[in-house]
Ligand binder design. Structure first.
Ligand code: UDP
Ligand code: LCN
Length: 807
């Protein structure tokens, strides 16, 4: 039995547990989530005048802190306990305090019963179980190492590789023989025909190079190296070639994980990368702030630029300039013929600031032009993905003049396309979730049928399961994206065990301890977002224009509200008008606090100002709500709401203008997977208040370089901001201290340089692993294919028919 539960049952608090359970049985709620459970326990403590120690650190309090769910059924309570990160247990607790453990199947049946979708007489529901496929792959043990897969994998690979020394050497040799660039052989040629000979030739070449000047360029050594059996790829100078050969020599003599990592990081095996981001408006101008087009577009564009730069550096260092080797990055997205003034109707667009990175837009097939000529919500996009992938494959092969070396998917749809492409082309697949909707929408799986007509989660979650299991590796922006915090379940973790009543049960959806998970946070575009103090890089004309736009310009078409006193300290926020972004919650927090209103103005940059200007349901209802709040709290004169689409450089300067007035940035999302605006505001120097639900919890260190807020507690949020304001009034340096530490935080931990280095080294290591253990994945991939064809595809077809009927 759960140790926590047993401890309570053996203690004098047994009676409290009995009483608390009885209280729960007498309240109306039948399904309690963590927040409800904590609130109920708080009520129990105060009703029974329990002291602080009981409420916070008694065995019962410790147990309650770990209970994620309680389902009431016939007087019994089903407790879902999460004793530690990535582990879950469920128990029945009866009225007389007997405890019985539930299997995963029983837990899922219980949830089905709760929603009246349990029909055992009709047979069992389909059970999806990925566990058997992970049985023979390496697993991490300690949850704190989750997300550090590559380090573990290096250790595993180096020990496995040379368990049978001869075989290991052979695998390495075969791997080295593989590499080519545009038909030119790299690394070793046919003069070296065995692993033993490779080892001998390395030593011979090292002896030869020992007499050569360190800076002798590869060009002049090329033909001598060729005679030794070596081709371009080892280095651009004699000293770099020596270094690389020495690493390989050491690896062959005494294999070690660090040496393996160092060696693989130098292998020129990545030249062409596809970044798949199919839905939404993907462009460089005029697209941000639209529904479905937010941080993912910013992320992918910055990543493409940074990848090209890094690959160029790597190629030069590897000595491949002699082959005129150039990296190519293609961002694959959909073409939107009715492009609303954006460039989303152009097939190819060069990515600004790069030599060779492009956005390739592939149109959807014309199932019905009324639909496919226009933007399609990410929730409705599923039927178009398979044919999009088929058409994209042809275009990619033509654009690259060959196969890509790495395919990176973004979001559920992009990851599914990445799976289809990787499977076809036999290329390493990397996934990036950005946001998994399952944890964003409460009860989205349990009540999937009720919300299916709007959200189609049955398709999305099936696509997620397929893609995340197929991926060779997954990069996440935070640790908690994978397995949450001690208090809350992670986004990937939520896929491990869940029911889609009447569709399927997932009993082991993803192996959280797999080394495929790696935390690689994004950075921020440092040319656009930089500290406000760098006045030499700021355009003063832009600053003045934006200052007027933010605080004073009268332009009813794009700005709502006139400030009574534009000089008050600004509270600034910028986000899409999604419900989850909760800008309306921030307006309400401001509306409820007269003290805040006395000291500050609220400045919001968000979406559109008028319902008729958007056809996105959530955006429409948020617009209505924002006006309603402004009226209810009479915020006229205290708020400005800008419904503008800013150019990239303007959005950077916007934060700095707020800094000039010693303002703050508030990110009030009910849940934020990562939160690029947090990085943008911090690097600019704006003291930042970020939601404690999601990524900001890892970016910000509370009270050190920013602050957490609980956006569901309006009063508490207002107080936290007011305390900061008061501290600033008492100590004029306080604002600068937080500002400076925020800037330092981003530069030290969240840069694209760090991101790209890590991503490319992951791609190499996982590429190597993929090569040495390819046959081990075929059964998994076949299972995933079956799910795609038998589960996903028929449902997608059904949705397509609904679309066609609708128009
Ligand atoms: N953004 C913008 N204009 C807007 C709203 C957002 O330029 O009206 C940008 C913002 O600067 C950031 C991105 O869109 O770069 C939003 O990313 P984030 O990760 O914060 O949230 P997401 O929208 O992806 O959920
Ligand atoms: C999607 C989100 O919701 C944000 O939290 C992330 O910052 C963004 O994608 C980029 O990964």
């Amino acid at each position: 039995m759960s140790e926590l539960l047993q401890t309570v049952l053996d203690s004098p608090e047994r009676n409290d547990l009995r009483q608390f359970a009885s209280d729960l049985r007498h309240q109306p709620q039948l399904y309690l989530l963590r927040n409800d459970i904590l609130t109920a326990f708080g009520t129990y403590c105060s009703n029974n005048q329990k002291d602080a120690e009981f409420c916070q650190s008694s065995p019962l309090a410790k147990l309650i802190a770990k209970v994620q769910e309680i389902i009431r059924e016939d007087g019994n309570l089903c407790l879902v306990i999460r004793p530690q990160i990535a582990t879950q247990e469920a128990y029945w607790l009866t009225e007389d305090l007997t405890v019985e453990r539930l299997s995963i199947q029983e837990l899922l049946d219980t949830r089905d019963r709760f929603v009246n979708h349990f029909h055992p007489q009709e047979g069992d529901v389909l059970e999806l179980d990925f566990q058997p496929f992970y049985d023979y792959t390496p697993r991490l043990r300690d949850p704190k190492n989750i997300g550090k897969g590559v380090e573990f994998l290096n250790r595993y690979l180096s020990s496995k590789l040379f368990q049978d020394y001869k075989q290991g050497l052979e695998a390495l040799f075969n791997f080295l023989r593989l590499h080519q660039y545009n038909g030119s052989q790299l690394l070793i040629n046919e003069r070296i025909s065995s692993a033993e000979q490779l080892s001998i030739q390395i030593k011979k070449l090292l002896a030869y190079l020992s007499d050569r000047p360190a800076d002798e360029p590869f060009e002049s050594l090329r033909f001598t190296l060729q005679e030794f059996g070596f081709e371009p790829g080892w280095g651009n100078t004699s000293s770099r070639i020596k270094e690389t050969l020495n690493i390989l020599d050491e690896l062959i003599d005494s294999p070690d994980s660090q040496v393996l990592a160092a060696f693989l990081s130098r292998i020129p095996m990545i030249f062409r990368i596809v970044l798949v981001s199919p839905h939404g408006w993907f462009g460089q101008e005029g697209v941000l702030g639209r529904p479905d087009t937010g941080g993912q577009v910013v992320y992918v564009l910055d990543q493409a630029k940074s990848l090209e730069k890094q690959l160029q550096e790597d190629i030069t260092l590897a000595g491949l300039d002699v082959l005129s080797a150039t990296p190519k990055i293609i961002i694959l997205t959909r073409l939107i013929p009715n492009s609303d003034g954006t460039r989303c109707n152009q097939r190819l667009e060069k990515v600004h600031g790069t030599d060779n990175a492009v956005i390739l837009r592939v149109p959807l097939r014309e199932f019905n032009p009324t639909l496919t000529q226009n933007w399609i919500s990410r929730f409705e996009f599923w039927p178009y993905l398979e044919t999009f992938a088929i058409d994209a494959e042809k275009e990619l092969l033509a654009e690259f003049s060959g196969k890509p070396d790495l395919i990176v998917g973004n979001y559920s749809d992009g990851n599914l396309v990445a799976f289809l492409l990787s499977r076809k082309l036999k290329v390493t697949q990397c996934n990036i979730a950005h946001a998994l909707e399952k944890s964003k929408y409460l009860f989205s799986n349990l009540y999937w049928e009720e919300s299916e007509s709007n959200y189609h989660f049955s398709l999305q979650f099936t696509a997620d399961l397929i893609a995340m299991n197929a991926a060779n590796f997954i990069i996440s922006s935070t640790y908690q994206e994978i397995v949450g915090t001690p208090e809350s379940v992670g986004q990937y973790e939520s896929y491990n065990c869940f029911t889609m009543p009447d569709l399927y049960h997932v009993v082991h959806g993803i192996e959280l301890f797999s080394p495929k998970f790696n935390v690689v946070p994004p950075g921020v575009n440092e040319q656009v977002f930089f500290p406000y103090t760098r006045t030499e890089d700021r355009m003063m004309g832009d600053r003045d224009r934006l200052e007027s736009m933010l605080f004073t310009d009268e332009d009813p078409a794009s700005v709502f509200g006139t400030l009574d006193d534009p000089n008050k300290r600004p509270i600034f926020s910028m986000a899409r008008l999604d419900k989850i972004k909760n800008l309306t919650g921030l307006a309400e927090t401001f509306g409820q606090s007269l003290e805040l209103q006395a000291k500050c103005n609220l400045i919001l940059v968000a979406g559109k100002l008028r319902v008729e200007e958007t056809n996105d349901r959530e955006e429409q209802s948020e617009i209505i709500r924002l006006y309603e709040i402004i009226d209810r709290y009479n915020l006229h004169g205290k708020i400005r709401w800008l419904g503008v689409r800013l150019s990239k450089s303007d959005s950077g300067e916007l934060y700095r203008v707020i800094c000039d007035r010693q303002g703050i940035f508030v990110q009030p999302a009910l849940f934020e997977a990562f939160g690029l605006t947090i990085l943008e505001s911090m690097i600019t120097g704006l003291p930042t208040f970020g939601t404690q639900f999601g990524g900001p919890l890892e970016i910000i260190q509370d009270g050190v370089n920013g602050f957490y807020i609980n956006p569901t507690h309006l009063e508490e949020t207002a107080q936290k901001i007011l305390q900061f304001m008061e501290k600033c009034e008492q100590n004029p340096n306080y604002w600068y201290e937080i500002s400076t530490r925020g800037i330092d935080r981003v530069y030290s931990a969240y840069t694209w340089k760090i991101h790209t280095n890590k991503l490319l080294s992951l791609a190499r290591v996982y590429g190597f692993w993929n090569f040495t253990s390819q046959e081990n994945r075929e059964d998994l991939l076949r299972y995933l294919e079956s799910l795609f064809y038998l589960l996903f595809k028929p449902r997608a077809k059904e949705l397509l028919n609904q679309h066609l009927e609708r128009v």
